[in-house]
Design a protein around this ligand. Structure first.
Ligand SMILES: Cc1ncc(COP(=O)(O)O)c(C=O)c1O
Length: 469
């Protein structure tokens, strides 16, 4: 199929990212440029991010209490990074605090522990959440899951029902800005209005939203204001181990979830005077390099233009879905009509008739140099719903997995775009899928009990080794 006329080129040159088109080995001994369609897991780094880190490293030193020049400069840089991240999200610098964390998961766990919650309160989360925006709440408070529709979109009627049922007790709606499985984007400001009207707050898990759409938390007196936002830098072209939790200063408990160095003003053997935010919530030495990297990434994303990125990814997604749905035996999940696509980031889950998801993903990787992901994407309840698994099938599967055998577990294959992907990536992937479905598979693949398919007897060349100087 000719693709040249169908989609524009990516809004950012591929060589603006590190390692895109890197040649990788195939099972037959050839090398081909890597196609990375696993950006939902982690993106490659922007070159600008790497350069920002390299420019900073000669001055890097411990922050906050050092008195030397480098320490003072590092402290200023770290705090400036905090400001830049806050600006990227439209925070109120007076009322909100940007807390650096390791990633989204840590940020949500931190919030789940830091947020004062009444004993009879309820947290609403949804059936489409990543486990990281579900399990931390379950372990803290009564958690209710708002349903989803058959196409994977949030069931807003069910949300209204839950808000009415728990009126006066809803502490928080914890919802992902974009799903890591179907890419469905939530109308977060409308949801905020609903939950605010019910007396609660909203947390937006922006792990999958922030790399693809502009986020504006809006003024605190705006009914659509977002109270809390969390994200991960490694999904935003800055893989240096940082995430953030942003929220109103007044929402954090006086005693931090992690205690230790950096969290205090003074300590005696009998008492502790806790520090102000954000220090109180950033126990131990912070990841200054990660903060610099994230700030640099927010600048690059802004320079490229998140609207341009959204536009490009939308067209690429349309193109990919059009091609995928023409392949016999491929079943695409999530919204695929024009209206649904307008409210979705570039994440496409699919299954292939007669082939296990892990097998398809393995052959794409080993024989075609295409990186995708397969399985349940840390969203088991959502996958069960999309696949329409009944309760007994789900329980049987959970039981098998509990006993250590993940073979045959339900799941899907997922492709997820970054701003640099283009039609060539889609074409190579779909062409490869067509070959796989026609039976053109070279390797003899076996699944381990962890569910991973590998070609028997293949010893992969390691193109990078820590042991080689
Ligand atoms: C929607 C969503 N939330 C949370 C997470 C967890 O992010 P991290 O692994 O960076 O903590 C992910 C990761 O894929 C995600 O997609």
């Amino acid at each position: 199929m000719s693709s040249a006329l169908l989609t524009p080129t990516a809004p950012v040159a591929r060589d603006a990212l590190v390692g895109v088109d890197q040649p990788v080995p195939l099972l037959d001994g050839r090398f081909v440029p890597y196609v990375n369609l696993d950006n939902g897991a982690s993106t490659p780094a922007f070159g600008s991010v790497v350069r920002a880190v390299e420019r900073f490293l000669p001055f890097y030193s411990g922050v906050h209490r050092g008195t030397g020049y480098k320490s003072r400069l590092s402290t200023d840089t770290f705090e400036r990074a905090r400001e830049l991240v806050g600006e990227f999200l439209g925070t109120d610098p007076e009322r909100d605090v940007v807390v650096f964390t390791k990633n989204t998961t840590e940020a949500i766990n931190k919030l789940a522990r830091a947020l004062p919650i009444e004993r009879d309160a309820v947290v609403l989360t949804t059936m489409l959440e990543h486990h990281s925006n579900d399990l931390p709440w379950r372990s803290r408070v009564r958690t209710v899951h708002v349903g989803v529709c058959a196409d994977g979109a949030l069931d807003v009627d069910d949300l209204d029902r839950c808000l009415a049922e728990h009126a006066g007790h809803v502490a928080l709606l914890a919802v992902s800005g974009a799903s890591n499985v179907t890419g469905v984007v939530q109308p977060v400001h409308q949801l905020a209005e609903k939950v605010h009207a019910a007396g609660g707050r909203i947390l937006v898990d922006a792990a999958q939203l922030a790399p693809h759409r502009a986020i504006d938390m809006r003024a605190h007196d705006d009914p659509g204001h977002l109270d809390f936002v969390v994200l991960s830098a490694h999904k935003m072209y800055a893989p240096y181990g940082t995430g953030v939790l942003v929220g109103p200063r007044c929402a954090f408990a006086q005693v931090p979830d992690h205690v230790g160095g950096g969290t205090v003003r003074a300590v005696t053997t009998e008492s502790v005077a806790w520090a102000d935010l954000p220090d109180r919530e950033e126990a131990g030495s912070p990841n200054v390099i990660g903060a610099v990297a994230l700030a640099a990434a927010t600048r690059t994303l802004t320079e490229i233009g998140l609207d341009r990125i959204a536009d490009h990814e939308r067209q690429l997604t349309r193109y990919a879905i059009d091609r995928l749905t023409q392949v016999r035996g491929v079943n695409v999940y999530g919204p695929i009509d024009t209206v649904g696509l307008a409210a979705k980031v570039g994440v496409i889950p699919f299954t292939v008739d007669g082939l296990e998801h892990g097998m398809v993903a393995a052959v794409l990787g080993y024989e075609h140099g295409v990186g995708v992901r397969s399985g349940c994407f840390c969203a088991h309840p959502y996958i069960a719903r999309l696949l329409d698994l009944d309760r007994s099938a789900t329980l049987a599967w959970v039981d098998r997995v509990r006993h250590g055998d993940k073979r045959g577990a339900p799941g899907m294959v997922r492709i997820s775009f970054g701003c640099y992907n283009d039609v060539r990536d889609v074409d190579r992937t779909v062409d490869a899928l067509e070959r796989i479905i026609s039976g053109d598979i070279d390797g003899d693949y076996r699944a381990d009990t962890d569910g991973t398919f590998r070609p028997v007897g293949y010893v992969e060349p390691a193109l990078y080794s820590l042991d080689t100087p």
